[in-house]
Every structure is written in structure tokens, then in C-alpha cells.
Design a protein around this ligand. Sequence first.
Ligand code: ATP
Length: 503
Amino acid sequence: QDDQFKKVISHAKEYGYVFQSSEIYDGLSAVYDYAQNGAELKKNIRDYWWKAMVQMNENIVGIDAAIFMHPTTWKASGHVDAFNDPLIDNKDSKKRYRADVLIEDYCAKIEAKIDKEVAKAEKRFGDAFNKEEFVTTNPRVLGYQEKINNTLSRMAKSLENEDLADVKALIEELEIADPLTGSKNWTDVKQFNLMFGTKLGASAENAMDLYLRPETAQGIFVNFLNVQKTGRMKIPFGIAQTGKAFRNEIVARQFIFRMREFEQMEMQFFIKPGTQQEWYEHWKETRLKWHLSLGMGEDNYRFHDHEKLAHYADAAADIEFKFPFGFKELEGIHSRTDFDLSQHEKFSGKKLQYFDPEENKSYVPYVLETSIGLDRMFLAVFSNSLQEEALENGTTRTVLKLPSVLAPIKAAVLPLVKKDGLPDVARNIIEDLKWDFNVVYDEKDAVGRRYRRQDANGTPFCITVDHDTLEDNTVTIRHRDSMEQERVKIEDLRDIIKKEVDV
Ligand code: ATP
């Protein structure tokens, strides 16, 4: 697993997807830059989301609010008081960790033991193996499961009651060690606010303390009435937004899974109070379908219903994805009640109500939120796509099987040789296709090596121009995943590519 994750990180660098920020100065921890291919992949994921959420829904519109917001926003939202992580230091290594993450990782290790038991039993029983039955009856598995449940629910309760001493006690009882040094010499657990502060204004006396937004949601809530009125929106309706958010996360080597500067894709859906259960189910299902539409394997997703709810929520679930380091949160679906709008009413003194013509009365709408990290989605797509395949001839190939709709480059056009006018024909094909797709030209090295380069880069099609092309205007088109090659007319290329890469 660790090896696979290392491969993902080095492939992302080698093929121009993700670089460490300020690398020449040895980088900045948990901050990353998207390179030439990464920026395209990221944009394609954002567009795929935007299309599904905004373009395809008559009652959802998109906005782009500023990163800076009036500081009272964050008092109203609860972030000033409650946007904290429980941190613990190891006295020997002087390293700082999130106490809840240490405990979750401990549980993940037990979960890995369950997986091992399942795999063992599957091998033993073969076709007769029934996983569902096994995990609900096998005493060892049940014991592990109970340990996980007890641990997580005790942690949830202690955090909810701000009983940080008990969080520390739990870490000690479980004998959790510093993952780097093995030391079990821990300090007390302390709360740490995750917001980055900055200042607005030139003179020191008049400067106003600001925060970089830790989530995009509040930019939607404070604009709720403006959008509703100017867009003449009727409940139920949604407001979507993508943009940067900032959190001073305490992290250890998780690449772009947990960053200090990241991008969110959020949608707040405004509904009539009392209908939240139904919309909660609706959005859970709709969002899972969106993920499955990319064809990355149903088994790689699961729901995790929250026991411990944030201060604003009356129901919450995560869509978890199987990252190289195990199942982790990819997207959250939260039933936020009227918490945010009511808080902003209170702090601003402005009414944030909707007049419902059917009910003939005004109310503060309830909110259903879907919130996904763009960078985390990038990691899900990228890590899932990176594969090493054993070929029939005994060699292996590295192939990045990105969903075609998301691939940065849709086709590479390759003249078989650098002479006889083949490069000109290839260039002409590019001139024609580039109006619709990102396409590249490559004439360096033998054609087999060029194919491999494009495979590793995730390009779904290679188009090869050879001497026959000069005779009959046909080319060879090679499919990345199957490696199959077909002879097709140049004039049909656009439709062939479109069919595969269009949503
Ligand atoms: P986590 O429990 O992993 O810290 P969260 O529950 O705090 O995440 P939310 O506040 O619900 O996350 O944010 C919604 C989404 O934003 C998450 O599902 C995740 O995909 C993404 N996200 C949150 N924090 C980060 C981060 N530091 N780096 C990258 N993506 C993030």
C-alpha cells in the first residue's frame, strides 16, 4: 500500500501532474502546485462537477464569491469558536499530531486485520464463501468490529463533551505510539483553531483582522437572498460554487489528500423545513451516482454515516473512497438545518427568509449541503487510474487509465517517421482537432515508445500517420486501455474521439 502511494506521488511529478510548492526552496509542507497536465485534469474534474450540478439542473445556479469575507461571518458560522482540531504532541520526538487521526489510524489497522481474515476465509471456502455471513458471525471479526466501534464512539463522545483528558486517556489505553519513533510519551490534548488569519488595510491601527475562508459554504449563505431574488429562484433550489479554501492542517505526508490550501466544490440546496430527510437521501444517492458514472469501480466507494454530528448538522454522511492508504472521506453530505441562515440573521440583523407563495408565509429555509474536495477527487481519480499491467510478451506497461472525459490530453498524433511529408499530415490533423480537444504532436523515438509515453500520461488515443495515409487518407488509431488498433478515415477522427470523451 505504501509502495503504491509512493508510486502515485512520483508518477504525478514525473508526468507533470503535481509538484511540491516552491520546490527549489525545499517546498512548503502540505502545499502543492498543479503542473501542465495536473491543471488540465483538475479543470476537467471541476467542469464535470459543474456540468452535473449546475448545467443539468434548472434549479441550481453557480456563483463565485470572494475568499475574503467580513470577519463577523466566521463568528456567526461558529468557526471562530469551534473550528478546532484536537492536537497532541509527542514529548520525545516533538512531533505534533491530530489526536483523533491517531485514534482513527489505530482503528484502520484493526480494520485491515478484518480484511485479512476475510481474505483468508475466502481462500479456504472458495465459491461457497459468503462474506456478509462471515463478517456477521465470525467471532474474531466481531471482536475486532466491537473494538473499533467502542473506540470510535468513545472518542466521539469525549470530543463532543470537550473532555480532552479522556481523549488522551484513550490514546494511552490503546498504547498508541508515535508513528515515526514508536514513543508513547504524550502531552495533554489541546484544541487548535484551523483558520489562517491575515490583515486588511495599510495602517497598523486601522487594520482589520481577517480570515482566509476555511470553506466556501459561507459565501453561498451570505448571498442566499441576493441570488434568490435576482434569480427569482423558488424553493427547492441550489447554489453551487467552486473555489479555494484554507486550513492550517496538521498533516503528515498525505500528499494532496490533506492540504493547507485546497479547492472545494460545494452546493447548498435550500429546502422547506421538514423535508430534509427526503432531500438528504436524494442527494446521497445523486452524488454517489455521479461518482459511479466515472466508472472507477463500485467497490471503491462506501457511505459512512456520522454518529458525531457537527454543531450545525442534523444528519451527515461521507462518501468514502478507497485511496492507496485505505477508505477515507472524499465527499460530505450534510443536513445543515437552518443553522447557518439563522446565525447570519442573528449576527447581521438582516432577515434571510424566503416567502413561500404556496404556503403563503415566510420562513428560514433548511439547507442540504454536498461538499467535495477537488484535490481529493483528483487524488482518487489519479491513484485509481495508475496501473501496472503485465503484457503477453512478458514485459509490463505503466498506464494511467483516466476516465477519458477527464484526461488532460485526448489524443497524440504521431508521424511514423520524421520524413516523406508524414509530419505535415500529422500537423494538419492537429490543426483540425485542436478546436475541439487538447491534442499533442510527438515525433521523437520509435512509435512503440511513444505509445508507452502516452499510456503513462493517460492519453486515451494515439493517432499514427504512416505512408498508407498519403495514399488513402486513413490513419491508425490506438486505444489506450485495450491497446487495440484500427484503421480509420482522417475525417472520422473527430466523431470517434468525441464519442468517447463527451459526457
Ligand atoms: P476531514 O475530516 O478529512 O478533515 P472535513 O470533514 O473537515 O474533512 P469538510 O469540512 O466536510 O471536511 O469539507 C468537505 C470536503 O472538503 C471534504 O470531504 C474533503 O474532500 C475536502 N477537504 C477538507 N479538508 C481538506 C484539506 N485539508 N485538503 C484537501 N481537501 C479537503
